[in-house]
Design a protein around this ligand. Sequence first.
Ligand code: PLP
Length: 479
Amino acid sequence: MTTTLTASQTVGSALHSSPAIDAAIRTIRHEVETKQRELTGARPARAELKETLDGWLKRAAEVRGRGPLYPYLGSGVGNGALVELVDGSVKWDLINGIGVHMFGHGDPELVEASIRGSLSDLIMQGNLQFNADAIEFGEFLAKEAARSSKMKHCFITNSGCMANEAALKLCQQKTNAAPRIIAFQDCFMGRSTTMSQIGDTSAYRQGIALNILVDYLPFFDAEMGVQRSIDMTLWHLEQLIHRYPGQHCCLIAELVQGEGGFNTAPREFFVALFEAARKAGIPIWDDEVQSFGRTESMFCFERLNLGEYIDVVTVGKITQACACLYTAEMNPKAGLLSGTFAASTSAFATGLSILNRLKSGGYYGPNGKIAKLHAAYRQHAEAFVAKHPAWFTPVTNSLGRTNTNYVAGTGGMMRLTPFGGNREKIGKLLNNLFEDGVIAFSCGHGPYHLRFLPPVGVMKPEQFGPVFEIMEKSFARTM
Ligand SMILES: Cc1ncc(COP(=O)(O)O)c(C=O)c1O
């Protein structure tokens, strides 16, 4: 039967507002939510399903040529911070695909957004053909960023790494192909051949032809003293500028280092460096792929009041589609940025749903949900450290200074440093935690830390109770 359209309707808008589709989605949501309610806490694997998981993992290893890090294979059902695996076990997921699933597993609103996205004629949207949601997604980020910076434009990509590749190109074009890059020790930027070279992890660039010129700065070191640390890094930056005048296309900074160890720095550290870089005409690029949405403001630069310095910022992970945002001055010439894919229609639909909820859901600010969840984490973690001093021994940082900062991080980026930051022991602990029902990961390059990227959108402060009970058991059998 042909739809009767009003003068201002298209067939597409009639489809998207169809009462029959609304009713079908309500039925699906109800069914999903009913099943999810069966997941109420961590539980062990079922013996009869062990072979199912083992079989899948064997297939995964064969097809990839390498086994996965964890024996993880989801059943497709989760409930907030809880996820069910195909062996019937239920686990607290405190890593969420390295920070992607901010609203946890199977969030009903995201299930709905995803279904609505899947009704679209386009599975993937690109730079030649796209629908309104691609524009809305870019507009949302550009507008949000512009509240406290000079950001104006947004180029969408389907990975954080490709957002970074776009950012680097803008910086290079802006500086007439200046060949060098200034980055921070311990940074991580993705896995393309270029980003693997900038990222400060030797294993990630093993066997790659090194053709990128990177100069590293020491990151902030509170143990050294705030002013001394600022002075030292500034001294290094000034040396570089003096040594290679006009040769740097950018200063790239993660305002909170992710992979590098959830390292933070105060505003004055970045101000000193950004002032010097700006004076030397070096564009400033802020990589927020991991931290975006997770701290006490949507963009980290906003919380640190650094927006005026930023020329380019990249975001990803929780946004589902990734993006490179830039000022009008950084807008490149035609032809520099494009690609077949921008992102899937489902990624735009869920990404927009996430961004809208984050904006209006009371997540940000010193009394927002993220700050409260972080406070709950610290309370539990500090009590845990006090109760088990044998598991927490002083940590020596990469510059040789010793500290007892066992509990650290900011917002939804939480870290814990047991066993003096020893890599092997933390690796063993992570496996025990997984088996016992908590999925976490590590960060840092020595010292190593336990890394938590919990689903801050849905995790409740009281849920750290059962999580730390499991941790107690896993720590005890790691010793
Ligand atoms: C700071 C940072 N930049 C870039 C990336 C790369 O993003 P992707 O893995 O989506 O390519 C990551 C990923 O972890 C990251 O943490």
